[in-house]
Unconditional design. Structure first.
Length: 355
């Protein structure tokens, strides 16, 4: 009956308010009705046992590992689904579509997460319940009644050429220069950058380990190749990674023993370089954001270099399918999301190709 009431309220309000956002209205109504009993409901509440959800989640993750999902994807599934069940507070078998709608509404309007984030959590939960249904552990899938959340699509901008020059100008060390030039030239994801090994580089070509454990070839332009060569010439350690981890990265006291001006050049001292580990994603992101801030270029982050590379290559005439392959996309449609093509460029292209 609650669903029927929601439908009637939405139909009524839609007739009064033109252009109303239906999915968003439903989320808000879910929140309002959450504390009310619309049906007579005589069912007793089932006692929540966290271990039930935990055990079933482990089985789901094992299936995903066997399917070939990466460690990063498995961790994302685990953290997201575990948090969802902890907040809903029910065994997986008792969760209803209303429970999930209310959870998503609270995430958006109370926790203030973006609609994209909430929709990703919905998608993870959908994968979990889809697996339960496929394995015939559950006959009914509550996610079939939970609609996707429509997020407002914002056009994301690529760097301008002047932005790149400003960023280059603010690099303090040859290591920072190498990081920036590799990002500009390869369009690699930051997680891929951290995993580059020195022996992966051959004749300005290197292999990166992408999503789903899929390797692909990317390339260093002359500027990036020179930056990497100059940076490696300053290192005397035996760490196999292009960007190694600092041995005392977690030891603030130890790092503070180094003079302030020398801290950013710790990689020159083999004693400060970890013997085996590579730097992490957060470290690269922090370095890039810091350089962008000093350069006065807003919204500087590693992923933006991917969009910039793809956009500039397309403007220069590179076929879309080749751009897509260099980015490591399986679907050209995904590549199109990255492109920052202005209305003026579309107008000029129309004049050139459409007669």
């Amino acid at each position: 009956m609650k669903k029927q009431l929601e439908d009637e309220l939405i139909a009524f309000l839609s007739s009064l308010i033109p252009n109303i956002n239906g999915p968003e209205l439903r989320l808000r109504i879910d929140m309002i009705l959450a504390g009310y009993e619309v049906t007579k409901g005589k069912q007793e509440l089932e006692v929540y046992k966290g271990d039930l959800n935990e055990n079933m989640l482990k089985r789901f993750l094992a299936a995903k590992i066997a399917q070939g999902c990466s460690k990063r994807t498995i961790t994302y599934y685990r953290n997201s689904i575990k948090m969802t069940f902890a907040i809903i507070g029910k065994p997986y078998s008792s969760v209803t579509a209303d429970d999930i709608r209310l959870y998503l509404a609270k995430r958006i309007y109370t926790d203030k997460v973006s609609k994209s984030t909430a929709n990703n959590e919905r998608r993870n939960l959908s994968a979990f319940y889809g697996w339960l249904q496929k394995e015939e552990i559950l006959l009914k899938n509550p996610m079939t009644k939970v609609d996707p959340i429509k997020a407002t699509k914002k056009k994301k901008k690529a760097f301008e050429q002047m932005d790149l020059e400003k960023i280059r100008d603010k690099c303090r060390t040859k290591r920072e220069t190498a990081i920036i030039e590799v990002l500009i030239s390869t369009w690699a994801r930051v997680s891929e950058i951290t995993l580059i090994r020195i022996d992966d580089i051959h004749d300005n070509r290197l292999t990166v380990h992408g999503k789903g454990d899929k390797d692909r070839e990317v390339y260093l332009n002359p500027r990036a190749a020179l930056a990497v060569t100059n940076y490696l010439a300053e290192r005397g350690d035996k760490n196999p990674y292009l960007f190694p981890k600092a041995k005392y990265a977690g030891d603030v006291a130890q790092l503070h023993k180094i003079a302030r001006d020398e801290r950013c050049e710790w990689y020159k001292d083999p004693e400060l370089v970890d013997e085996k580990e590579h730097t992490d994603k957060g470290t690269i992101e922090s370095i890039v954001r810091s350089i962008g801030k000093k350069a006065g270029v807003p919204n500087t982050h590693p992923h933006r270099f991917r969009r910039t590379g793809a956009t500039m290559a397309l403007r220069a005439g590179m076929p879309l399918i080749q751009v897509s392959k260099l980015l490591g996309h399986e679907n050209v449609g995904t590549t199109q999301i990255y492109l920052d093509i202005s209305d003026e460029e579309l107008e000029q292209a129309h004049k050139r190709y459409v007669n």
